[in-house]
Design a binder for this molecule. Structure first.
Ligand SMILES: [Mg+2]
Length: 256
């Protein structure tokens, strides 16, 4: 009787857990490497904290010594747990508001590493240790196979049910509109007020300048940005940032 009981317990536990592959942005695959082991001259956890708090800025690649650490973080449980806290706090805040439901209250969502996850790509490219390669990354984008970041998708659905409109603002270029639209819809983002991509008029401008300008346009049109979620500080700083902002983790790359 005892072995059967244990078997039943395990089956039930697995059914209700994160092990369901349909809910994974990437199968959990804890990495060996720096997890739990000392790294000479650099504490990767301290480095990640510095990145997330914007004490470390302007960096171009993850320190080589931290590839194992960042990979372990991104593919293990902690990244998902950290993202969940962000999305849950955003929802607590949204629920505290009186939403008029007149279609003017909007929430800004960034796309990459916010609505969609490029983790399958970065897992194959050193988790940010390799220098950014736009050709290779754009080839991945054009496959349209980026999964949703599950916590962001849940937040998106809850916000819609609260009668908040969603506006995507992404650094992806205008010529990636079709594949981005298809990718978003395919993974569960079925509707939105606007999908704003970086047009050629912003060539040479930082993401912070571009996103600020587009948010300003929105508020001039009468929208109120009640919330804003993104993985980069350049999504959340600058003009018309939103009444509250929510920073998702991203120790893999930095965009100014
Ligand atoms: Mg992003």
């Amino acid at each position: 009787m005892l072995p059967l009981f244990f078997l039943a317990t395990i089956v039930v536990a697995c059914q209700g857990s994160d092990l369901d592959p349909t809910h994974q942005i990437h199968l959990l695959r804890p990495q060996s490497g720096s997890h739990g082991t000392p790294v000479p001259d650099v504490s990767c956890l301290s480095w990640r904290l510095g990145v997330e708090t914007r004490n470390i800025i302007g960096w171009s690649t993850v320190p080589k010594e931290c590839e194992g650490y960042v990979g372990h973080y991104m593919l293990g449980h902690q990244y998902r747990k950290d993202s969940k806290v962000v999305a849950q706090e955003a929802l607590v805040y949204a629920r505290s508001l009186s939403i008029a439901g007149d279609g003017k209250d909007v929430w800004i969502f960034d796309v990459d590493e916010t609505s969609l996850s490029n983790l399958p790509y970065y897992a194959e490219h050193g988790f940010g240790v390799e220098p950014y390669d736009s050709t290779s990354f754009n080839q991945w984008v054009l496959t349209g196979k980026a999964p949703a970041l599950p916590e962001s998708l849940k937040l998106y659905k809850k916000l819609l049910s609260l009668k908040v409109k969603v506006v995507f603002i992404t650094g992806r270029s205008e010529d990636q509109r079709n594949v981005t639209t298809t990718n978003l819809k395919h993974v569960g983002y079925h509707t939105w007020e606007k999908l704003i991509l970086k047009g050629s008029s912003y060539t040479g401008n930082t993401s912070l300048v571009y996103k600020s300008a587009e948010r300003k346009k929105l508020e001039r049109k009468g929208y109120t940005i009640i919330g804003n979620i993104g993985d980069q500080w350049s999504d959340l700083l600058g003009a018309n940032a939103g009444n509250r902002t929510f920073k998702l983790p991203d120790p893999m790359y930095y965009i100014s």
